[in-house]
Design a binder for this molecule. Sequence first.
Ligand code: UDP
Ligand code: MG
Length: 172
Amino acid sequence: MCSDSDELWPKRYEHSRRRMSERTLLIIKPDCIQRHLTGEIIGRFERKGLKLVAAKFMQISEELSRQLYAVHQNKPFFEGLVKSLSSSPSLVMVWEAEGVIEMARKMMGATFGYDAEPGTIRGDFGCSKGYNLIHGSDSAESAEQEIQLFFKPNETIDYELADGNWLYGKND
Ligand code: UDP
Ligand code: MG
């Protein structure tokens, strides 16, 4: 017999249970904004089925850039990196999905455009070292810290995607 019984409901709402699934901080960097590639990049994440839960268009201060990239503070490229990130507006976003940190990193590609594989964001749109279009958190710990740097808890929005089950459900 076919009914909306216990067996079907949990599956149908599987995506709801994943509401607090993984989140990552992604930044469309100044070079990407200046090159009019913002829509193209966001479109890739949307088409992948990731969920946007926060966004802020802002000029990141030098101080905040230093905090974001603190792990690189002793590297020779640090000052240039801070200058370029704070030189012009960025779009700072939080995206959510199970496994989103690794998925987004794969979609970004290797750090330098000239190394990045075709099909990735950096591989398709860049060939520079300093300008590589996008930042993405590289671990659960850094994602948590980085999200807190840019967003208060009430600035990320919890909601359901209407097609969540088609995106995240299983077909077996
Ligand atoms: N970067 C640079 N020169 C280098 C290495 C890194 O300008 O030799 C910049 C580049 O913009 C990169 C950022 O520093 O995105 C952070 O470096 P990381 O190694 O964390 O790369 P990512 O995580 O962005 O791939
Ligand atoms: Mg990094």
